[in-house]
Design a protein around this ligand. Sequence first.
Ligand SMILES: Cc1cc2nc3c(=O)[nH]c(=O)nc-3n(C[C@H](O)[C@H](O)[C@H](O)COP(=O)(O)OP(=O)(O)OC[C@H]3O[C@@H](n4cnc5c(N)ncnc54)[C@H](O)[C@@H]3O)c2cc1C
Length: 325
Amino acid sequence: MAGVLIVAEAVSGALAPSTLELAGEGRRVAEALGEPLIAAIAGTNVRGNEAALGEAGVEQVYLADHSGPGVPSPEWTAAAVVAAVKQAQPSVVLISHSAAGRMLAPTLAARVQSGVVTDATRLRVEGDRVIVTKPVFGGSVLSEQVVLANPQVVTLRARSFAAAEPQPRNAAQSIALQVPEAAGGLEVLEEIREESTSGPKLKDAKVVVSGGRGLGGAENWHAVEELAAVLGGAVGASRAVTDAGWISPSHQVGLTGATVAPDLYIAIGISGAVQHVAGISGARNVVAINKDAEANIFKYARFGVVGDWKQVVPALTERLKQLRS
Ligand SMILES: Cc1cc2nc3c(=O)[nH]c(=O)nc-3n(C[C@H](O)[C@H](O)[C@H](O)COP(=O)(O)OP(=O)(O)OC[C@H]3O[C@@H](n4cnc5c(N)ncnc54)[C@H](O)[C@@H]3O)c2cc1C
């Protein structure tokens, strides 16, 4: 067994940001193990990514182009990655901790009779093992886990690892895989894209502005969106807000929502329940705006403003607009 295999993804003809993070960390692990960095990529029109993968440090890529009609099913994608892993025999497989990755990783581990650790925020190599650090119990404890069998399948949390810096290198050598349509199993009837907003995607955003029940109602939600827009950030929300229907559930941050890791996280009218803060443990700077000085969110905040959002947020947005112009 040799090689660190990353499961790459391309979006609109370019490597996904999460793939560059897999490549950056994958290369570090590969160097520590003294093994090559390889990749598997499966989907529609995935040819043409060899140069970008090469620049990210990948030496070989297993390509499975979906030629059938419609959207590739998760079964087909899993079959393609299993085929790549069986051919390449890597010692480690790194997968993004996205919705698709969370489905793929345990399927792959089961099919190749190995184990999986999900949601890694740090990797360390000891001998031939990768020691995985992952937050557990809603982020209040960090646990170290290791897969004893090979390949060691691990999913990586987005924005927790440095992305590969593209460097002039040879294109990755490509190896084509023929993957027949999976019989039976799942069929994708329709793909519903995440609600498009003008800002960045919540999970990849460097700035996230989130609102909670303290906003008082859907009619006030524009205050959160305006602050996010002026900062070029994504909009997040507590579950109280998404349950109330002020904004779609795809914006929910927390244990049962998205895990975010921005440089700046602004929490407006959010109390800081353990289930909410579980989703922001990777945020580098938390700013809390809350009228209750005892609110739990202040325990996680680098900067706090005790006050009514109605006075603080529009004034902050206005001042930022002035500074930016
Ligand atoms: C199994 C389970 C999973 C869960 N998963 C999640 C999850 O993923 N994400 C999540 O967010 N929650 C989750 N929850 C719910 C969580 O426990 C809390 O109920 C929720 O986070 C509270 O949302 P909130 O902070 O917006 O509301 P509240 O707790 O009601 O807090 C509102 C805050 O606004 C402040 N405020 C009020 N008026 C103003 C004002 N005018 N100006 C400034 N501040 C003001 C108040 O002081 C208060 O601190 C989960 C719960 C369970 C049981």
